[in-house]
Design a protein around this ligand. Sequence first.
Ligand SMILES: Nc1nc2c(ncn2[C@@H]2O[C@H](COP(=O)(O)OP(=O)(O)OP(=O)(O)O)[C@@H](O)[C@H]2O)c(=O)[nH]1
Ligand SMILES: [Mg+2]
Length: 292
Amino acid sequence: MSSHLYRPPLAQHQDESSRSKREYSQGICQSGPDEPADDELVVKDAPAISPQHKEASPTKPDPKKESPQQPVAPEPPLVLTYLGDACSESTFKSKSLIVGDGAVGKTYLLAALQDNIKAEDEGYEPTTFGSQDLQWEADREDDTKRLIEFALWDTAGQEGFTELRKLAYPGTKVYMLAYDCTSKISLANLHTKWIDEVKREIAEGGDPDIREGEEPWIVMVGCKMDKPGADATSGEEDEVAAKLNACALIRTSAVMPDTEASGVAKLKLVLSNLACMYEDQQPKPSWDDWKN
Ligand SMILES: Nc1nc2c(ncn2[C@@H]2O[C@H](COP(=O)(O)OP(=O)(O)OP(=O)(O)O)[C@@H](O)[C@H]2O)c(=O)[nH]1
Ligand SMILES: [Mg+2]
């Protein structure tokens, strides 16, 4: 897969206690002479992310049995590939939370992120609460590995679960705001309802490490892009992503067996990259970074 390597400018850190991060920001851990400038974009293969702790190797359905014309996720213009370097912590914890309207496909997508590709007709069971602890390993450019202990939190999108959902927010680093690609209402609700809830919960508890005044780190996730009518939202997604100042926008399907074509592999890569950037106190990537 060909993609762009994004090197955001290094952050200025205020935390006196985090010496290794300060050294990193001050350039002690410098790039080699052949490295591109900090803000340069380079075409490069994206690093592989391999899941750990798999109970068993995922059984992929026979592609011959699938419908021959599977839609392919549109290639975004930029893929974040920041994983830090040897100076950054090699193992750290992160937390992502998914919110969005009821039945848009949040639980199915989280299953797909754990290599559990469901069939479309496996049934709908509204979520009340759920979390999974995962370990994702990211290969850095210098051939070292970075282990992310990822807590992935599911929430209830149905009306009436607002109080229960609040319990899931504290400590979240990266938020997934999910909509159904066939539903304009679910897309519009991201900027009329869900972003307000996210900001409110950050103000009332959120991640204690969040930097003052910083906007939430958001990945906008389209679900069910395999369905007929999934282009219903495609003309308006960019506008909503700009309103949210999302770090990324990814259309996905949780029922397509090919995770490259379904956008699920890309989502995993972007979540890992953002977790590394957040951990290293890099500046939040803006929608303009992704879009341009
Ligand atoms: N075609 C298709 N159907 C999907 C996909 N993901 C989910 N579905 C269908 O949509 C239904 C709802 O999906 P869920 O993942 O349970 O929805 P949810 O957003 O978690 O809903 P709540 O838990 O109520 O908030 C499922 O029962 C599936 O039938 C997908 O990627 N493609
Ligand atoms: Mg659910």
